[in-house]
Design a protein around this ligand. Structure first.
Ligand SMILES: Nc1ncnc2c1ncn2[C@@H]1O[C@H](COP(=O)(O)OP(=O)(O)O)[C@@H](O)[C@H]1O
Ligand SMILES: [Mg+2]
Length: 317
């Protein structure tokens, strides 16, 4: 089976600053260079794809190179859109005297914890479902680890929550139909809306868990905190049957790093590289050296991408 890094849909995760955007952009450039129509999507509130491609990118898909399109999803904008969608949906379903109350409730919901995540997830799911037909590769540059882990486990959690809601609704309807409708089932638009969302989440879950379609890649640096965070994220996601089979160990000091200071840093790095090798024995690991400059141009992204080709080859970089 292909490594995660080459699957049609790839999520790139990891701690802030480790090189997620660089890795995602580089994978996207490589795929486009190989002739595959590619969409690169940033869901990190700290977007930096604009910096990488040297132009402003926003909520609409823009083509930045042949076969390469980019999109930055803003969770605040998505929350507004999402809440508006739900309001519109419900306003046709409830009595007009209740519309104001429903809107008030929705505005409260907008400010509640989890609202932005739900909205963001909704957009990601829509992108996956709708854009799969237009792009051969979709690569997500995600927010730092904790956020992404929560996001990816949402379909499971939301599924359970929505089943509860549906069940409650079903019981209410049963009572109503016995009372009002001589036991005949009553039509319930809210039940329909809920089931529709349930189906959408189900569909997303299927795609996320399909090994042939979706891959998860974690980027880390050879440092204590990044290693710990990666271990934790992997075990959390595995609990939800999400398998991370590829890691990118970025910013490895090159062997020929000169000077006493770098030589000392290299010594400090060594046990961390060993720990990575031991802790993640069953993963494809790609090692990328620390470059002398930031990675901002297409040619640097290409150079970076070379290190994502083979795996588990730890040469003294
Ligand atoms: N291998 C590397 N060598 C040198 N600089 C790098 C390397 N990888 C990433 N960078 C730089 O490090 C900074 C953070 O990388 P970025 O990909 O934006 O991280 P993240 O998206 O995880 O926050 C950027 O300025 C990027 O150009
Ligand atoms: Mg980034």
């Amino acid at each position: 089976m292909e490594a995660n890094i080459d699957k049609p849909i790839v999520f790139v995760g990891g701690k802030g600053g480790v090189g997620k955007s660089t890795t995602a952009a580089s994978l996207a450039c490589r795929a486009a260079g190989e002739g595959k129509k590619t969409l690169l999507v940033s869901t990190d509130p700290a977007h930096n794809l604009g910096d990488i491609f040297g132009r402003k990118i926003g909520g609409e898909i823009v083509e930045v190179a042949d076969r390469l399109s980019v999109l930055e999803v803003d969770s605040a904008v998505e929350t507004d859109r999402y809440i508006k969608g739900v309001k519109d949906n419900l306003s046709g379903l409830v009595k007009s005297s209740l519309v104001e109350e429903v809107n008030r409730q929705m505005d409260l919901a907008k400010a509640s914890p989890g609202a932005e995540e739900a909205a963001l997830f909704d957009r990601i799911v829509t992108i996956i479902i709708e854009e799969q037909a237009h792009f051969e590769r979709i690569i997500f540059d995600t927010a730092p680890t904790g956020h992404t882990v929560r996001l990816l486990t949402l379909p499971e959690l939301m599924g359970v929550w929505m089943d509860g809601m549906l069940e409650k609704r079903r019981k209410t309807n049963k009572n109503y139909s016995q009372l009002l409708n001589d036991g005949e089932p009553v039509e319930d638009p809210i039940f329909e809306v809920l089931s529709e969302r349930r189906n959408k989440f189900d569909q997303a879950r299927k795609i996320l868990l399909d090994n042939a379609v979706t891959g998860f890649v974690f980027v880390l640096n050879p440092e204590k905190l990044a290693i710990e965070e990666t271990k934790k994220a992997i075990s959390q996601l595995e609990r939800f049957d999400i398998d991370i089979d590829s890691l990118v160990v970025n910013k490895v000091l090159p062997k020929n790093a000169d000077g006493e200071f770098l030589a000392r840093r290299k010594q400090i790095e060594k046990p961390y590289i060993n720990e990575i090798k031991q802790s993640f024995m069953d993963k494809h690991i790609h090692y990328v050296p620390f470059f002398t400059e930031d990675i901002t141009t297409f040619s640097q992204l290409k150079k970076y991408g070379k290190f994502l080709e083979g795996s588990n080859i730890f040469m003294e970089l």
